[in-house]
Design a protein around this ligand. Structure first.
Ligand SMILES: *[C@@H]1O[C@H](CO)[C@@H](O)[C@H](O)[C@H]1NC(C)=O
Ligand SMILES: *[C@@H]1O[C@H](CO)[C@@H](O)[C@H](O)[C@H]1NC(C)=O
Ligand SMILES: *[C@@H]1O[C@H](CO)[C@@H](O)[C@H](O)[C@H]1NC(C)=O
Ligand SMILES: *[C@@H]1O[C@H](CO)[C@@H](O)[C@H](O)[C@H]1NC(C)=O
Length: 887
């Protein structure tokens, strides 16, 4: 039942750290190899150590890398660590030539200002991005003088959660070069005793088997992996490393007792996972999206998963299927028992599922909930059974009730807290925040199903986790007067293979014994488990262990409390939200956790005022800008289509406007050499203005064609569609995602902007402008920014493209205009003499809400005189219209 908190971290270095050269360039791929093999591109990484200490599931990991610049010029050294999304970074230090720059955790807003300042100075050093399903990547690069040494040390902590009977520690190994001293060492201390311990290494070879050791005995477990320099070679004569993949340590503890309580330094933790209880019969309703977008592989995988799940359903279970698209259909009018005949019929039903139509999440869920409620009322279900609803969707609600807050309200009212709702979000088009909030509000969790060849296994895997409830309505109770600040202590279900963890403060340290009672309803009867510990004895026993880091329970408590506060915050509003935020922030600062509310700031030791670098971890709703806008030059079109042309030679800009009727498609960029074309379709307002010349128009659709890549991209304020080699994929603005293939890279920054890079040297940013949905006049529209065009040929044309080549203009005779704040002037450009007016337009790349002002000379009459020909010459018949490649 782990709930994934998505975290992003970025690290910015400001200038003036040690030496003055702290500018960071992207890591180059074309590393030049020089002898010896330890030195790659001048840099020798002579040591990398990954040190993990786990005490009672609480993992403390330290990654240390030491490098020296063997070249005779300054070089860049990069440090990359992929860490679990569920972990919090707690420390980062950098030591250059013996001088240590320590990290401090600060409130996000304070740190953000410094971050923005650094970004505006173009000094981004690195960042952490979501990386794969479970990990995120922390990256930092630093320029190191010739002969200098640098040490990076990153610490992160995590509470390992039990899934399917195991705790799992996931370490990504990817050193990229041979390293003299490479090691992974994990020490595990579990007071309950270790039952099994394994290490799975995805890149293991027979030779490497010899340097992987794992052992456990009693309470201690140990894993180590120390490949020698030669053992790291991908072949005997290779200078590349074969260490590349996953290093996964899994273990479980003894469970002679249903629970275990530990108390150290005034904090307690209670682990609860009773074994060998009979399984509680369950009533499962699968609410499955069969809208049109589920067709093809998604449907096949869903069927496959459901068929496997049907094989595992117990005969005592009851089930039903609700299918939703534009309408809702049910398999059976009422819940039915999983008899062999019914299962056979169910398989047949699943095999015949077909997709069509839109996505009516609201009606699908309400039908499923009604099904359970009615069965309960009619007495169809077994007395001691429990119910769950599992909903799977691959998109956003777009028919019936489509307001997410309304759906949430309907669902919450219908369920009334009686049973959990689990939401599975399939692929990138879902509104995951909504699915997560709704699940959390109804005692369930949401899970992402990644669109991949194993999507069916992901769905089955989720089902396995909730397939075997052993207890329902679990209530963990502690002596009222002896404790405070307890984490969540009631759960609707305890599932086989999982574990309930509760932590808190012990206020009555005088008392000798500590009693924990756990009450729950089992399959056959109501149960109470009592755990009694002798506090003094316990404290002595645990303190004796030098092995452990003394405050682990306190940190575990802080981790769990922050995690739960952040989760609660997702559905909170107003004062309550502020309160939860304040509490989570306080704890994050106190315990040095980089959470979505805090940032890591690295300061220069001799000058604590001056911030040198920031590890920033925006939350899910935080702004994310994954690209660096180059300062000059730029060309863009945004707003009521206003074209802005920067002329760096003049340190000035020109602008013009095109009035065209809705539906007209204009060619913006056209390069016959690279085969890149960008067209835009005009939209108007929702309601036309009665005043003459007040009809505003915008770009409502952009089409990008890259002929040499057989690529087309269509962007609207709703959707982003890619056709690549005839294959179509489609995304919404609800997600943050990066798509890369064959030199193309598309990054969608949820609800903000998208960055399209075609090959090396062509980058566009498309900014989404969303207006209030019920706005009587305005509608959503797009802006297009060319931030890199250096690979485009001199033949490039189009309303924007014709200005990519250097050109000149002259302005003189500045005089008062009709608006006193906007002077007129005379301009000579392209052999025309024009009257222009000083004005300003807005650049929305950094801030899509407010924008930043850009001053420019406005050319009247649809840009006439400035643009080649007349504006109607640029009208093209459709969004993907382009001329053939000329070679
Ligand atoms: C961070 O790491 C450094 C280097 O190991 C250490 O000196 C410092 O005490 C750590 N800070 C915290 C808050 O743990
Ligand atoms: C805010 O938190 C405090 C405890 O820190 C609590 O006493 C108070 O009732 C909370 N207020 C709201 C509105 O939740
Ligand atoms: C404004 O647009 C509407 C249609 O969108 C059109 O009927 C009307 O003529 C336009 N008005 C002016 C003044 O261009
Ligand atoms: C701009 O072009 C449109 C037609 O596309 C025309 O209706 C309008 O009058 C022109 N505006 C000016 C100021 O020339």
């Amino acid at each position: 039942m782990a709930v994934t908190i998505r975290l992003y971290i970025s690290l910015v270095l400001l200038s003036g750290l040690g030496t003055s050269h702290f500018l960071i360039n992207p890591l180059r791929n074309n590393r030049k190899r020089s002898l010896p093999d330890t030195v790659v591109d001048g840099i020798e990484i002579y040591s990398t150590k990954i040190n993990c200490k786990v005490t009672s599931r609480f993992a403390h990991n330290v990654v240390t890398t030491r490098a020296v610049n063997r070249a005779d010029t300054a070089k860049e050294v990069s440090f990359d660590v992929e860490l679990p999304k569920t972990a919090f970074i707690t420390n980062f230090t950098m030591t250059i030539d013996g001088v240590t720059y320590p990290g401090n955790v600060k409130e996000k807003e304070v740190a953000k200002k410094q971050y923005e300042k650094a970004v505006s100075q173009g000094k981004t050093a690195g960042l952490v991005k979501a990386s794969g399903r479970k990990l995120e990547k922390f990256t930092v690069s630093v320029n190191v003088a010739a002969g200098s040494k640098v040490t990076f040390e990153l610490t992160y902590e995590e509470l390992l959660k039990r899934h399917k009977g195991k705790y799992e520690m996931y370490i990504k190994v990817q050193p990229k070069q041979l390293i003299n001293h490479f090691e992974i060492v994990a020490d595990i201390y579990e007071p309950q005793g270790i039952k099994e311990l394994n290490a799975d290494v995805s890149f293991i070879t027979n030779d490497l088997m010899n340097v992987l050791t794992k052992s456990f005995s009693g309470k201690k477990g140990h894993v180590s992996f120390k490949p020698s320099f030669d053992q790291q070679r991908s072949c005997p004569t290779c200078s590349t490393s074969l260490l590349n993949g996953d290093f996964i340590i899994t273990y479980d503890v003894n469970r002679e007792q249903p629970g275990n309580v530990q108390i150290v330094n005034g904090y307690f933790v209670h682990f609860f996972a009773p074994q060998n209880l009979p399984i509680v019969p369950k009533n499962v309703v699968f609410v499955i999206d069969i809208s049109g977008s589920m067709s093809g592989r998604k449907l096949a995988q869903t069927k496959d998963a459901l068929l496997h799940i049907l094989n595992d359903v117990k005969e005592d279970d009851f089930l039903n299927f609700i299918l939703f698209s534009s309408d809702v259909t049910v398999w059976k009018e009422n819940m039915v028992q999983a008899t062999p005949e019914n299962l056979k019929e169910a398989r047949n039903f699943v095999e015949n599922m077909q997709t069509a139509g839109l996505t009516n999440i609201n009606d699908g869920l309400l039908k499923g909930i009604e099904m359970v409620n009615r069965a309960r009322e009619m007495g169809i279900l077994l007395d001691r059974s429990t119910s769950i609803i599992i909903m799977l969707t691959d998109g956003e609600a777009n028919t019936g009730e489509s307001r997410v807050d309304k759906i949430q309200e309907n669902v919450k009212n219908a369920i009334g807290g009686k049973f959990p709702l689990y939401n599975l979000g399939f692929g990138h088009d879902v509104n995951y925040n909504f699915l997560e909030k709704m699940a959390l509000e109804n005692h369930g969790v949401a899970r992402r199903i990644y669109e991949d060849s194993d999507a069916n296994l992901q769905m089955q895997g989720f089902y396995d986790e909730v397939a075997n409830p052993l207890l329902i309505d679990v209530d963990l109770q502690y002596p009222q007067n002896a404790i405070s600040d307890v984490t969540q202590n009631n759960y609707q279900h305890f599932y086989d293979g999982s574990e309930i963890v509760v932590a808190g403060k012990v206020v009555d340290l005088e008392s000798n014994s500590f009693v924990a009672d756990v009450k729950g309803h089992g399959a056959l009867n109501d149960l109470t488990f009592t755990e009694e510990v002798d506090m003094k004895e316990m404290e002595e026993a645990l303190k004796e262990q030098e092995y452990i880091f003394g405050d682990y329970i306190e940190r575990l408590w802080a981790y769990l409390t922050i995690e739960q506060l952040l989760e609660k915050r997702k559905n909170a509003e107003g004062e309550e939200k502020e309160n939860l935020t304040a509490q989570a922030l306080d704890l994050s600062l106190k315990y040095h956790f980089v959470t979505p509310l805090t940032s890591m700031v690295v300061t220069k030791p001799e000058d604590n005022e001056e911030t040198q670098s920031i590890a920033d971890k925006p939350g899910e709703d935080a702004t994310q800008l994954n690209y660096q806008p180059p300062s000059n030059p730029y060309y863009f079109v945004d707003g009521d289509p206003h074209f802005i042309i920067e002329v760096p030679e003049k340190d000035d800009a020109l602008c013009f406007n095109i009035d065209a009727q809705p539906g007209v498609v204009l060619n913006l960029i056209q390069d016959p050499d690279t085969g890149i074309t960008v067209n835009g379709e005009i939209i108007g307002e929702k309601k036309a203005s009665s005043e003459p010349n007040k009809n505003k128009s915008y770009f409502g659709k952009l089409g990008i064609v890259a002929l040499q890549m057989d690529l087309q991209v269509e962007v609207t304020p709703q959707r982003i569609t890619l056709w690549s080699g005839g294959r179509k994929s489609s995304f919404t603005w609800m997600d943050t995602v990066t798509i890369t293939q064959n030199g193309l890279s598309v990054t969608i920054n949820r609800k903000k902007n998208m960055v399209v890079s075609i090959g090396d040297g062509v980058t566009f940013v498309i900014v989404l402008h969303q207006v209030w949905k019920k706005h009587p006049i305005h509608q959503d529209f797009l802006g297009l920014y060319t931030v890199d065009s250096h690979r485009m040929s001199t033949k490039t044309h189009g309303l924007l493209g014709q200005f990519f080549h250097p050109f000149d203009f002259e302005v003189f005779d500045v005089r008062p205009g009709s608006d006193p704040k906007k002077p007129d002037a005379t301009m000579i450009v392209k052999n025309h003499k024009l009257t222009v007016t000083r004005g300003s337009q807005k650049d929305y790349r950094k801030d899509s809400g407010q924008g930043t002002k850009v001053f420019c000379w406005f050319v009247h009459d649809n840009g006439s005189g400035l643009i080649d020909g007349v504006h109607t010459d640029y009208i093209v018949p459709d969004l993907f219209y382009h001329s053939p490649i000329q070679s």
